[in-house]
Design a protein around this ligand. Sequence first.
Ligand SMILES: O=C(O)C(=O)C[C@]1(C(=O)O)C=C[C@@H](O)C=C1
Length: 168
Amino acid sequence: EPAAAQPVAGADGVTDLVRLAEERAVLSDQVAASKFGTGKAVTDPAREAVVIDGARADAARAGVDPEWAAQVFQDQITASTQVQNDLLRQWAAQPALRPSGKPDLTTIRPELDRIGTEIITALEAAEPLREAPDCAPTLDRAVATESADLDQIHRAALDEALHSICAR
Ligand SMILES: O=C(O)C(=O)C[C@]1(C(=O)O)C=C[C@@H](O)C=C1
């Protein structure tokens, strides 16, 4: 009898990470709209430090490798920055695409924080797969399943966001 596909330990965590990274990349449209509306710079080094230091502390509390968490959150920031710059370029060139609203960063950042908390939980669940040869193929399958509806900007950002999930 052929072996049935074994459930891979940590696969649900990896799938959750893909969903959460996608949610964060899409929420970056709102961040971009707020930057567009206010003329504020995309990059805010003080906020980045808060996000990374918070991730490191939350990871340590959850028993997750803090340096892994810090790298994964750095990748989320890189992905968000990429989405924002891509959209701001698009909106500069094509006024018809510009957002009408001016969302407030003080309401979006708590949403980013909520996603961040869920990312820590997903890292905890994914940790058994991190060093395993199964990690990359599991991640690839989850991306293929979850990212079907993404446009090019968000698809490219998702790849950035997931760089550090698997060790190899
Ligand atoms: O909070 C912001 O202002 C964002 O642009 C989001 C974000 C992030 O991904 O967390 C991205 C870039 C900034 O340098 C700081 C934080």
